[in-house]
Design a protein around this ligand. Structure first.
Ligand SMILES: NC(=O)c1ccc[n+]([C@@H]2O[C@H](COP(=O)([O-])OP(=O)(O)OC[C@H]3O[C@@H](n4cnc5c(N)ncnc54)[C@H](OP(=O)(O)O)[C@@H]3O)[C@@H](O)[C@H]2O)c1
Length: 344
């Protein structure tokens, strides 16, 4: 049966991938984020996939905005079955260098607005007799990293809040609360972040695709779970943080500077913390190689070189063999170039 799914944070990264995922499953969607132009773009993407969609420009930190979002969903579709909250912002910088108003807005967006969404969704689910709330945490809700204090504080808060809500929800049959905790994901959040550190951030390896996290989110609706971790390094980080805290604290700063920051310099700025940047919104942040593009370029190379090799078959077999070997070499170069295409 077609479900009604509200997604807050639907214009970029994981939320946008989730919108596409639910659209592909035939669900009806209510999409929210601040940027109206990108929301319209995502609405078109989801409609092209066959979904019925409404988009509601929403700043989740504005008083009353989440109530208004729920009211629109109910007015349009008469029900809400799933509420997915992925809206978030980040700020890089040493704690004392990040302006207080930026720190506060990160916490307002990443923790307080998630709590606001939970309040609106759970009140509705309680009345309706069921529903699924999916919140997006992070491995940084279990471990810590320097230079992201507002984000880390929010994710730890969200971890505790979700557990408490899950305990309360035991008294509400049919109501499920899931926390999806990704590790590094290929989304634009790193480039869109506020920055007071002088170097643009990036996701440390290993990096997961936003589509993979979106599938985990959709799977929670079919098979609700308290917590879902997405990312191969998450468990290693958690074990290191818990079992060897002293070693973890010595290593995490250098590792963060090496793997979590690019070499690209940047002037201090507040990124999308207060206002959206539609030009920077997409599912991917460009941190993973474009494998379909790669396949196309390798296929193109092979086809063109293959055609030439066939034409030259009248010539010497040796010359053809040499060209074929060169074609393989060129293709390998194209593959390496695409795989090495990384920022910083
Ligand atoms: N990317 C990662 O490596 C990673 C890792 C672990 C956890 N996560 C979590 O996954 C979730 C999604 O992150 P992402 O990487 O997909 O980020 P993203 O690509 O930057 O997308 C963030 C979304 O939140 C929306 N948003 C931001 N502030 C908002 C506000 N005040 N009101 C309404 N919408 C707002 C943005 O749209 P507008 O700017 O148009 O409002 C955008 O749609 C977040 O909870 C993040 O913490 C991400």
């Amino acid at each position: 049966m077609s479900r009604v799914v509200v997604i807050a944070g639907a214009t970029s990264g994981i939320g946008r991938a989730a919108a596409r995922e639910f659209a592909g499953r035939g669900d009806r969607l209510v999409l929210a984020a601040r940027s109206p132009e990108t929301l319209a773009e995502v609405r078109r993407e989801c409609r092209d996939a066959g979904a019925e969609v409404r988009d509601v420009p929403t700043d989740v930190t504005e008083p009353g905005a989440l109530d208004a979002l729920a009211a629109t969903a109910l007015a349009e579709f008469g029900r809400i079955d799933v509420w997915v909250h992925t809206a978030a912002v980040m700020a890089y910088g040493r704690f004392e260098d990040v302006p207080a108003e930026v720190f506060d807005q990160v916490v307002r967006t990443d923790l307080l607005a998630a709590a606001g969404a939970a309040r609106v969704a759970l009140r509705h689910f309680k009345q309706a007799g069921g529903g699924t709330l999916i919140l997006t945490g992070s491995v940084l809700g279990h471990v810590t990293a320097p230079y992201m204090s507002g984000y880390v504080a929010s994710k730890w808060g969200l971890q505790g809040l979700t557990r408490a809500l899950q305990q309360e929800a035991r008294e509400l049959p049919g109501v499920n609360i899931c926390l999806v905790n990704p590790g590094s994901v290929d989304t634009p959040v790193y480039q869109q972040a506020a920055n007071y550190l002088g170097r643009v951030g990036r996701p440390p390896l290993p990096i997961t695709s936003a589509e993979r996290v979106a599938r985990a989110i959709a799977h929670c609706v079919d098979r609700p779970r308290r917590e879902v971790s997405v990312g191969r390094a998450n468990v290693v980080m958690r074990v290191g943080f818990t079992v060897l805290p002293g070693v973890y604290d010595v290593l995490v700063g250098p590792l963060m500077r090496l793997a979590g920051l690019s070499h690209r310099p940047v002037e201090p700025h507040d990124g999308v913390v207060f206002t959206p940047n539609p030009a920077g919104e997409a599912v991917s942040g460009g941190w993973l190689p474009d494998l379909s593009g790669l396949a196309r370029s390798v296929g193109g190379f092979a086809a063109s070189r293959g055609g030439r090799a066939a034409r030259s078959l009248g010539g010497s077999a040796l010359a053809g063999g040499t060209r074929a070997a060169k074609a393989v070499g060129d293709s390998a170069t194209a593959v390496s170039a695409a795989l090495l295409r990384r920022d910083g």
